[in-house]
Design a protein around this ligand. Structure first.
Ligand code: S3P
Length: 440
């Protein structure tokens, strides 16, 4: 059976065949991190915010539905924009289902902690296995009641919010989600809430709070917020650098490759993968302020990545590992234990994916060692429900020696990049079809 391109987003197993150099120009989906925050802050703000360019992936759709459960009106204006009228009116009228979205559930829990009332937050089988104690502990310290299952894997999460006081908190992990949950709760807490980070992480919450009129201050790794009344505004959501990383690597590793991505988020903490590719010797033109990135094929060298590097490339490691597999020399990635707490155990499953493509790799507790310089051989791989592993595998498949690669649990891609297969076919010339046997 032949599937139309749009149907490929939903199939559970795809076959990738043929293909060549990745060439072309594109705009990737609206940034996922910014989209979640735009919806939540618009929901907290007085008046009607106009949000344009939001991610259309399932993760952000879940946040949209969550916001509606608080009595916030969300309307499509027919020109691709969402009109969101806040502030939120009441506790959610039903369970908030965040699907696969760690950012969605953690940031929304921060909002729930700040409002009088009861919220129940849950997600899919993968999200319910992820650690939530990292937000539950500080939110409890601020005065919210947060409950869930034993062992820190708390979702379904029950939050009874209201009556918060400010805290000064230093999360153990470098995590923008934890920082943001605390800051969002801090918007309604008595006093000045301070978060001290181990390493600086993406600053979307801080930047957007400022845009919505929040009283926020940033000093290197110290961020603080005071009780604030937010005012509606217009948000243009730029393209997602983490999605651009797939095309950057695809161009860098394919003979004759050249891809340009436009309208990328230009701010702090999201484009570090470009620097990593440059350290590997990639041929890159990057106008960061203008949001335009061009990457061309070149001979890549191995690289060493440690704890300082990881917060800036936390979502790009699986696809950078593909580049490392084709680079000359041995790449060592360490200080990356947080990757085990992502949509999947990204250390273990990135290693498994590389091995399936014929790469020699050893797994470390906090990273991996990749022997580069070989070829990628068509393989059977499993995304383990992790969209970034699925997309990294598809990039590898487009450069693999002849044969057919099958990627199982492909449907996870719809959480963040619904048109990925279409873009892959257009840029690399591969054929992507549903694996009829697996579908049956
Ligand atoms: C995100 C922060 C990162 C990242 C995730 C999005 C955000 O997670 O991996 O995809 O939007 O704040 P951590 O906060 O767990 O590092």
């Amino acid at each position: 059976m032949t599937y139309a391109v749009s149907d490929l987003d939903a199939v559970s197993c795809i076959r990738v065949e043929g293909g060549g150099a990745a060439r072309g120009a594109l705009r990737v989906p609206g940034d996922k991190s910014i989209s979640h925050r735009a919806l939540l802050l618009a929901a907290l703000a007085h008046g009607t915010s106009i949000l344009e360019g939001l991610s259309r992936g399932q993760d952000v759709t879940c946040t949209r539905h969550a916001v509606e459960r608080f009595g916030v009106e969300v309307v499509e204006d027919g020109q691709g924009r969402l009109l969101v009228t806040g502030p939120l009116r009441h506790e959610p009228d039903d369970v908030l289902d965040h699907g696969n979205a760690g950012t969605g559930i953690r940031l929304t829990a921060g909002v729930c902690a700040g409002i009088d009332g009861l919220s129940v937050l849950t997600g899919d089988e993968y999200l319910r296995r992820r650690p939530m104690d990292r937000i539950a502990v500080p939110l409890r310290e601020m005065g919210a009641r947060v409950d869930g299952r034993e062992g820190g894997r708390l979702a379904p999460l029950v939050v009874r919010g209201g009556g918060l006081h400010a805290i000064t908190y230093a999360p153990a992990q470098a995590s923008a989600q934890v920082k943001s949950a605390i800051l969002l709760a801090g918007l309604s807490a008595e006093g000045r809430t301070v978060v001290e980070e181990v390493h600086p992480t993406r600053r979307h919450t801080e930047e957007m709070l400022e845009q919505f009129g929040g009283r926020v201050a940033v000093q290197d790794t110290r961020v603080s917020v005071e009780r604030s009344d937010l005012a509606a505004t217009t948000v243009h959501v730029p393209g997602d650098p983490s999605q651009a990383a797939f095309w950057a690597v695809a161009a860098a590793i394919s003979d004759g490759g050249e891809v340009t991505v436009h309208d990328l988020y230009p701010g702090f903490g999201r484009s570090d993968f470009v620097g990593v590719l440059q350290r590997m010797g990639a041929d890159v033109d990057f106008d960061q302020a203008g949001g335009t990135l061009t990457v061309r094929a070149s001979r890549l060298q191995a690289v060493e990545l440690g704890a300082e590097d990881i917060p800036g490339i936390v979502d790009e490691v699986p696809v950078l590992a593909i580049a490392a597999a084709l680079a000359h020399g041995t790449t060592v990635i360490s200080g990356a234990a947080e990757l085990r707490a992502k949509e999947s155990d990204r250390i273990s499953y990135t290693c498994a994916m590389l091995r399936a493509f014929g790469v020699k790799v050893s797994e470390l507790e906090d990273g991996m060692v990749i022997e580069g310089g070989g070829q990628l051989h068509a393989a059977r791989v499993d995304s383990h429900g992790d969209h970034r592993l699925a997309m990294a595998a598809a990039v590898a498949a487009s450069c693999a020696t002849s044969g057919t690669t099958t990627i199982n649990r492909w449907e996870s891609v719809a959480t963040s990049y619904p048109a990925f297969a279409a873009d892959l076919m257009r840029l690399t010339g591969v054929s992507v079809t549903a694996d009829a046997e697996q579908q049956a």
